[in-house]
Structures are given as C-alpha cells and as structure tokens.
Write a protein that binds this ligand. Structure first.
Ligand code: NI
Length: 182
C-alpha cells in the first residue's frame, strides 16, 4: 500500500535560513557530468545549504529540476519545482525508482540546464514507484504521475553520470557538442 498523504515539502521548511548562492552549472560535454554520485549519509546543515543553493540556481536558470552532479557536487541530491507558480520546491535525497511496466512509455520534450538551448523528445517508462529521503532523512514512497515521473528519471540519470543526449543519435549529439564548445 502506498501512503495516501505524500508531503514533498517535508524537511525543507528550514532551508530559507540561509542566503542562497547561485552555483555554476557544468555544461555538456564536461567530463565531470559523467561522475556517479555517492549516497547521502549525513543529514546536516551543509545538506540544507546545498539544497537551498541548488533551488536558487534552478530558479535563476528557469529550470524545473537540478541534480547535485550538475553543480559539481557528487552526492545523490535532486531539487525540483514542477508548479506553474514556481512556489513548490521539492528535495529528493537518495531517490530510487522501480519501473512497474516496461511497455507503458511516455514521450516528452526534455530540456536540461547542462545542455542549454536544446530540447529533445525522449521516451521513458511512465509507471514507476519512487522512494526517497527528505532533508531530515525520513523515507518517503509514492507512485507519481505526470511530469514528475519523467523529470525524476532525467535527474536520477544525472546522478548516474548519464545525460539526455545519451538517448539521441550520435550525429545529433555531436552537433550539440560542437555548438556548446564553440
Ligand atoms: Ni538535466
């Protein structure tokens, strides 16, 4: 059974104690984006500070999600805001998902703050079970729907050193690489 009430904002009430800093986002093809992130084991003030800085950086870049890998911090931390009003920050620590149906797929035009100026249609499974921890280390579970299903897979890919450009043809990928390294 899944819990009825899912509080995506759990644990992030304190993060506005800090003055957030804008962090530098690594851009494809920076090899540091290929780092596999380590599991978070310490739920302390520095984790709250990094989450807050990442949310600030994400909002400044008009993104809907950001993984710690993208700001050169190689821990399993993701921030997200899928709301229209940009007022529902979410933090996912040590997120994991299980694909429940390999044949149920969704296509979505994805963008990425590490691949600025490009968007590509990417097909992903759309029925998943998601588990994560909040900033206090509490475990949460949900079977999400809609954009969260897609976005969380995109962000967890970052934690594995994988990028949306890995899903497209080598020719397209090369064209993007050339444009971004010009
Ligand atoms: Ni991305």
């Amino acid at each position: 059974m899944l819990s009825i009430q899912v509080d995506y904002n759990a644990g992030i009430d304190k993060i506005h104690d800090f003055m957030p800093e804008k962090l530098k986002i690594l851009k494809f093809p920076d090899p540091r984006l290929r780092t596999v992130a380590e599991k978070v084991t310490k739920f302390d003030k520095s984790l709250e500070k990094l989450s807050d800085d990442m949310l600030h950086t994400m909002y400044e870049g008009n993104g809907i999600g950001l993984a710690a890998t993208q700001v050169n911090k190689h821990i399993r931390l993701i921030v997200m805001d899928l709301s229209e009003e940009r007022n529902e920050p979410r933090v996912f620590i040590n997120p994991e998902y299980e694909i429940l149906d390999n044949e149920s797929l969704s296509s979505f035009e994805e963008g990425c703050l590490s691949v600025p100026g490009f968007s590509e249609e990417i097909i992903r499974p759309d029925i998943i079970d998601l588990t994560w921890q909040d900033l206090k280390g509490e475990i949460h579970k949900d079977r999400p729907d809609g954009l969260l299903t897609i976005c969380i897979q995109h962000e967890i890919d970052h934690l594995e050193g994988k990028l949306m450009v890995d899903y497209i043809s080598p020719i397209k990928r090369d064209r993007i690489r050339k444009k971004l390294t010009k």
